[in-house]
Design a protein around this ligand. Structure first.
Ligand code: GDP
Length: 720
């Protein structure tokens, strides 16, 4: 087993308890980029800060992100931080190393969010103090719940007109259903916001200037006008912390004074057990509270040691669970969570090391591909430079140059000690469009470019339309595909024409049915013999597909079951009603016959495919369409028009809320009705409306529309 060797640079060998792998999560425009920038600035990496609107943000590496002002690509950035605001009360006063994993703000890029959540240990959720909890924050919050990521909330933009800290805290409690631990009280409001009171430490932090790097002053006195509120909120906070810890609760009830550090320890425990979410207010743009936030990351967010060891299974026996502790002397275990093509160094594979030591020049084993890969060079990515290293350890996140076959979600480990970690789950694409190169001779180049882009992004898929021979790309939304086409032009020099975006429908069944598939050719010479009986049963929405074998008494020999499933899967992939993928059903093979000589895997595969097609035709087929959650915010006077238009779009209005003069209308609406909605809303509201569209679920398409779709696809006439 590998042990760290080489030069003892203490920063490189920082103990695991001094590592924080964190991600900054936010609704678009809440201030994630600005906050990330400030963090990089204050953590002392020397680089020139650029305001977001100047398009020079460091984390936004790619040109089109800068143009659009959004972050698409997860980059992992390494920085260092020593708690500084009230160091005497810091739980861990030493220097810490942060790996900041960038997560995108736009929900079209859920794949990016999912993959980053999988590898980070703690999250900072940035909220807009005027807008409160917006729909993307809600969505990402739920995703983070799924990955059990402890979080802190940063209520940003306290300097903005309309900012309301306590309304936002209430929003967090109501919408996200969590218990909050308010750590700061704002001093001043909107453009007079000048600092905060630290409730636990009983200190006042005042920023007299707004400039980047402006000094702040820490005082013992609480401002007179905040004293009553301070007492009240501090008591509430202490009560919440103590409620969560029996020992503290007993002492609290006995009226004992509990020290700040003990309270912090109690809060840390509650954050790590997902019982409390600390909330801090500030303004990244005006450089307020960023240091407080960084101190809180050290105090309350987990190190790799605080989390349960990663679990996987034995690739040779899926029932055998394997646990890997975060130790450098454990067997190497890594997850590739991001592939990025870098213009200077080529293909970068970002990995999270869960256990062991990774060395440049070594060979590692890719479990998913069953192949060996050579680790060329290892890089640590800083905000403005890349540092070449020779070794990386458990708990770290690094980039590898040299891996050829590895894609997002693959497990990498030692050849002699194999493990497979759970794959990263990605949403299925909801929209697709036909694409062709502007110049015919670019066909091959386009193929290569698309392949590279799809390797980077698992929610971006390429296929070809069997009838027309056209290349079709699919993704999570119009913007997602637009950006990929744009990247193809910039990075690969291929210009393309694209067709109209098409919604990715799915097919399913409504009742149970059975049918048989017979593929028998027995005229002279060696024949073909495959015969099976299948039952198809509907499953609930989103439950996917399951295959069962109930064949008894060897009616079909075991070795032909897998080929039958292969045939079933192929048929489901191609669809039956209108050529869309079949989903949400259980397929059971329960009987069949075989022939000693003529049976083959191929014959059973064809029989499986035929049986499936026959069975689903008898099972009341229907189409499912992606339904989006739409949140439109408009000034009051446009509300009637917007709702009227939504009703015409088959929307189901879920509710309306007010925030100041703005009305927020939430609805479910079919994606098929949403093309060019940006333009429609703009003209309907004189440019004053905003909206957010998130994939929500699939639902049945109304009957009359199914007929239209099916006849357009012209596939329903296909009979055997
Ligand atoms: P992102 O989309 O979440 O990355 O948000 P950005 O960091 O790009 O910020 C969106 C907009 O909000 C930009 O115009 C920022 O200048 C602005 N912004 C960010 N933080 C603050 C803040 O603390 N106060 C105010 N007033 N504006 C802010």
């Amino acid at each position: 087993m590998a042990q760290p060797t080489g030069k003892k640079d203490y920063k490189r060998h920082m103990p695991l308890n001094r590592l924080r792998n964190i991600g900054i999560i936010a609704h678009i425009d809440a201030g994630k980029t600005t906050t990330s920038e400030r963090i990089l600035y204050y953590t002392g990496k020397s680089y020139k800060i650029g305001e977001v609107h100047e398009g020079a943000a460091v984390m936004d590496w790619m040109a089109q992100e800068q143009e659009r002002g959004i972050t698409i690509v997860s980059a992992a950035t390494t920085t260092f931080w020593t708690p500084q605001v009230v160091p005497s009360q810091a739980l861990f006063p030493e220097e810490h190393r942060f790996n900041i994993i960038d997560t995108p703000g736009h929900v079209d890029f859920t794949a990016e969010v999912e993959r980053s959540l999988r590898v980070l240990d703690g999250g900072v959720t940035v909220l807009d103090a005027e807008e409160g909890v917006q729909s993307q924050s809600e969505t990402v919050w739920r995703q983070a719940d799924k990955y059990k990521v402890p979080r802190i909330c940063f209520v940003n933009k306290m300097d903005k007109i309309g900012a309301d800290f306590f309304a936002t805290v209430k929003d967090v409690e109501d919408k996200l259903g969590v218990r909050t631990a308010i750590l700061t009280l704002p001093i001043g409001k909107e453009n007079t916001f000048k600092g905060v009171v630290l409730l636990l430490e009983k200190k006042t932090v005042i920023y007299s200037e707004e400039e980047l790097g402006a000094k702040y002053e820490v005082k013992d006195e609480i401002p007179e006008d905040l004293k009553a509120q301070f007492e009240e909120e501090r008591a509430k906070l202490i009560e919440k912390i103590c409620e969560n810890d029996e020992n503290l609760l007993e002492r609290y009830l006995a009226g004992e004074e509990i020290s700040v550090k003990e309270l912090k320890q109690g809060l840390r425990k509650a954050v790590l057990s997902y019982d409390l979410v600390p909330i801090i207010c500030g303004s990244s743009l005006k450089n307020k509270s960023v240091q407080i936030l960084l101190d809180a990351v050290v105090d309350y967010l987990p190190s790799p040691l605080d989390l349960p060891p990663v679990k996987g299974t034995d690739p040779n026996d899926e029932t055998k669970e394997i646990v890997r502790e975060p130790k450098t002397d454990g067997p190497l275990t890594m997850l590739a969570f991001k592939i990025q093509t870098d213009p200077h160094v080529g293909r970068l594979s970002y990995v999270r090391i869960y256990s062991g030591v990774l060395r440049s020049g070594s060979y590692i084993y890719n479990v998913n591909k069953d192949s060996k890969e050579r680790v060329g060079r290892l890089l640590l990515m800083h905000a403005n430079n890349r540092e070449e290293i020779t070794e990386a350890y458990a708990g770290e996140i690094v980039a590898i140059i040299g891996l050829k076959e590895t894609i997002t979600g693959d497990t990498l480990c030692e050849d002699g000690d194999k493990i497979i970690l759970e794959k990263i789950s990605f949403a299925e694409p909801v929209i697709s469009l036909a694409i062709e190169p502007k110049t015919k001779s670019d066909q091959e180049k386009m193929g290569i470019a698309l392949k590279k882009l799809s390797e980077e992004d698992p929610t971006f898929k390429i296929s070809s339309n069997e009838e027309t021979g056209q290349t079709v790309i699919s993704g999570m939304g119009e913007l997602h595909l637009e950006i990929l086409v744009d990247r193809m032009k910039r990075e690969f020099n291929v210009e393309a024409n694209t067709g109209k975006p098409q919604v990715a429908y799915k097919e399913t069944i409504k009742i149970e049915a059975t049918a048989e598939g017979k593929y028998i050719r027995q005229s002279g010479g060696r024949g073909q013999y495959g015969h099976c009986l299948l039952r198809v049963t509907p499953k609930k929405r989103g439950e996917g597909y399951e295959f069962k074998n109930e064949v008894k008494g060897g009616a079909i020999p075991r070795e032909y079951i897998a080929p039958i499933e292969k045939g079933v899967k192929e048929a489901m992939e191609n669809g039956v009603l209108a050529g869309y993928q079949l989903v949400d059903m259980e397929v059971t093979v329960y009987d069949g016959t075989y022939h000693e000589v003529d049976s083959s895997e191929m014959a059973f595969k064809i029989a499986g495919s035929m049986a499936l097609q026959a069975a689903v035709r008898k099972a009341e087929m229907t189409l499912l369409e992606p339904i989006m959650k739409l949140e439109v915010s408009v000034p009051d006077e446009f509300m009637g028009d917007v709702i009227g238009d939504l009703s015409a779009k088959r929307a189901q209005i879920l509710g309306t809320n007010s925030r100041g003069n703005t009305r927020i209308i939430t609805s479910f609406v079919p994606l098929a009705e949403m093309s060019s909605y940006a333009t429609i809303l703009r003209s309907m509201t004189q440019g004053r409306g905003n909206f957010v569209l998130l994939p929500s679920h699939y639902d049945e398409v109304p009957k009359n529309i199914i007929e239209q779709i099916v006849s357009e696809r012209g596939k329903n006439t296909k009979t055997e």
